[in-house]
Design a protein around this ligand. Structure first.
Ligand code: CP
Length: 305
């Protein structure tokens, strides 16, 4: 039995196979429409979600399976004090696979250690969000043709942004990928990413504060939201929340084929006027997320072939 806690749980070859499967599912959905007949996915979400939970549910339904679960901690027995370890033992009797989101870093890992079914980390605090990374890799590969030879700018909350942490880990394994980290000083990437991932693997990167200065050199701009829920005080959040706003003027500085991605939800960091720019790919990105989650469910349930 296999779980997914981090994008590093899959080798580059396995990620390629997963993305190839997702491409085939998109091309020939009828071939996969009954692959999960009789199987059940549990979505256990202790933190709010639109995309991740609903794309997992849509993925399982499109594969012929069924879904059950809870969308808030308050509507589960966590509100009565039940531990994640106990809850997953219960879910293991009801479902065949579980996607879990939790505000505490490592909670899905604890669940996996007690589970009798595959557990997928659907986002744990400010730590990792591996299925968003699968979505991002699939989007980049599909739209750029490759995951190598590019300069990617990551902008916004790089300290608490779990999508950013997972994506850096994953992209470090591809050839000639350079990073530009754009953030206010308070929201820089954590030391463990800078030292244990980037420096250790000799990855080229720089950290800057101003977005305008680096726009012309980027092949991809990955915008992120400043996350109110991760701040310890409201004052800091209010001071930093509109630090970056991507608008038409900034887009005019970018390459003609630069691609704008965002894990979403978006608040103010991308002006709605950018939505009509042909380089804005964040709504397309969402659809890739569903196909890659279909491929992931099939793979973890050993139903891919
Ligand atoms: N990208 C993402 O995780 O969105 P949700 O929080 O809506 O699931």
């Amino acid at each position: 039995m296999r779980h997914l806690m981090s994008p590093m749980d899959f080798s580059v070859e396995e990620l390629d196979a997963l993305m190839d499967l997702a491409v085939d599912i998109e091309k020939e959905p009828a071939k996969y429409a009954h692959k999960c007949d009789g199987r059940i996915l549990a979505t256990c979400f202790y933190e709010p979600s639109t995309r991740t939970r609903l794309s997992f549910e849509s993925a399982m339904l499109r594969l012929g399976g069924k879904v059950l679960g809870f969308a808030t901690a308050d509507s589960s027995s966590a509100a009565k004090g039940e531990s994640v370890s106990d809850t997953i033992r219960i879910i293991s009797s009801y479902a065949d696979i579980c996607a879990m989101r939790h505000p505490k870093e490592g909670a899905p890992m604890v669940a996996a250690s007690k589970s009798w079914i595959p557990v997928i980390n659907a986002g744990d605090g400010g730590h990792q969000h591996p299925t968003q990374t699968l979505t991002d890799l699939m989007t980049i590969r599909s739209l750029k043709g490759s995951l190598s030879d590019m300069t990617i700018g990551l902008c916004g909350d790089l300290k608490f942004g779990r999508t950013v942490h997972s994506l850096i880990n994953a992209l470090c394994r591809y050839e000639n990928v350079k990073f530009v980290f754009i953030s206010p000083p308070e929201l820089r990437i954590p030391d463990y990413i800078r030292e244990d991932v980037l420096i250790k693997n000799n990855i080229e990167f720089k950290e800057v504060i101003k977005l305008d200065d680096v726009m012309p050199e980027l092949d991809i701009l990955y915008m992120t939201r400043v996350q109110r829920e991760r701040f310890f005080n409201e004052e800091d959040y209010v001071r930093l929340k509109d630090f970056y706003i991507l608008n038409k003027e900034k887009m005019a500085l970018a390459k003609k084929d630069m691609m704008v991605l965002h894990p979403l939800p978006r608040v103010n960091e991308i002006s709605v006027e950018v939505d009509d720019d042909e380089r804005a790919m964040y709504f397309k990105q969402v659809r890739y997320g569903m196909y890659i989650r279909m491929a992931l469910i099939l793979t973890l349930l050993d139903l891919a072939s």
